[in-house]
Design a protein around this ligand. Structure first.
Ligand code: PLP
Length: 327
């Protein structure tokens, strides 16, 4: 069919701002991961223990791919670098967007194309030449779904397109109401993504992602992170900061105990400050190593995103400081 000319307008969006135009676009990062593993015919994948469950779940029923989970050091690095056979790969998460140096200086050098970089938490970390890299843009900007695979293998099968128009409810709702009104809808959509299967990115999501001012998003995140660092670093057990300023996912506040984290989380909630958990499901495993348990229990990933400015960061820091003072 020829393209329409005229008629009523679609949602008006800018074009040409896509950060990774060479990447293959999927409905989620987990789909990008599954498509990559299948296309490469991998037999074994090394996955960190400290990651969301969906990355292992998505491989179920994919022809017996073996998943080996590895533990991390306190610096969120591998204690030793395992030797990989030709049909194995190691996935590493660029945690909070703050581990790019370790990836480029250590893992990429050691593993080359056998490394899969999971930049789901690192939208602004560019892919390294030839290394497959995953992105999950909705963790950084207001879209309902979507994933990118940079440096995809040649001959990836063309997936059917996902459809996102029914997933806009929570995003539009947040423009008109406070977030708690639409939180249940948001959660239901996140769950539904698990059943969407491996699909190509919906055109609506792709158009939205092409319209965003990424330069401004990055600038705000860098400024907000720097401000929280000035206010909170003295009470933070997280000390593995990169040397250069980074447009990170969040300010990772690692507190001394699960009790402190729970109490702070409740105080923040009381002030309508919402903090996610990375990743509660890690605790379902009774044999989870102590470092992963510590991160899953004691980490408060504080929001630093582009919606907020220095006054918001001060409000956030004040709540933390007042409550940590009482501990
Ligand atoms: C580190 C990491 N990788 C991958 C994913 C999966 O991303 P998506 O929800 O886009 O499939 C997540 C989701 O929480 C994640 O935290």
């Amino acid at each position: 069919m020829p393209e329409a000319i005229g008629g009523y307008f679609e949602l008006e969006l800018r074009k040409g701002h896509h950060p990774y135009p060479q990447a293959v676009a999927f409905n989620s990062a987990r789909s990008a991961f599954k498509a990559l593993v299948l296309a490469r015919n991998l037999r074994r994948i090394h996955l960190p223990i400290y990651i969301c469950d969906v990355m292992q779940d998505v491989l179920r029923g994919s022809g017996g791919i073996e998943v080996l989970r590895y533990a991390l050091t306190e610096r969120l690095e591998l204690p030793d670098l395992p030797a990989l056979q030709a049909d194995e790969a190691l996935l590493f998460v660029n945690y909070f967007g703050l581990k790019a140096d370790y990836i480029s200086e250590v893992l990429a050098v050691r593993y080359g194309k056998q490394l899969i970089v999971d930049n789901s938490q690192a939208l602004f970390s560019k892919p390294q030449s030839g290394i497959a890299t995953l992105y999950s843009p909705r963790k950084f900007v207001g879209v309902a779904d979507g994933g990118w695979l940079a440096n995809a293998p040649a001959g990836l099968p063309q997936a059917q397109s996902s459809r996102s128009q029914a997933r806009f409810g929570a995003l539009l709702g947040r423009l008109e109401d406070s977030p708690q009104h639409h939180y249940a809808t948001f959660q239901a959509l996140e769950l539904a993504l698990e059943n969407d299967g491996v699909k190509a990115m919906a055109t609506s999501t792709a158009r939205l992602l092409d319209s965003i001012d990424y330069h401004e998003v990055a600038r705000r995140r860098i400024d907000n992170l720097a401000h929280l660092r000035r206010r909170l670093d003295h009470l933070n057990r997280f000390v593995i900061w990169p040397v250069q300023p980074v447009a990170a996912l969040c300010y990772p506040l690692l507190v001394k105990s699960a009790e402190t984290a729970n109490r702070l989380r409740a105080q923040l909630l009381d002030q309508h400050i919402y903090v996610p958990s990375y990743w509660r499901e890690v605790l379902d495993n009774p044999t989870v190593p102590p470092i992963e348990r510590d991160w899953a229990q004691c980490l408060l990933p504080l929001p630093i995103d582009q919606r907020y400015n220095v006054d918001d960061m001060n409000r956030l820091a004040d709540v933390i400081l007042q409550n940590m003072g009482k501990s």
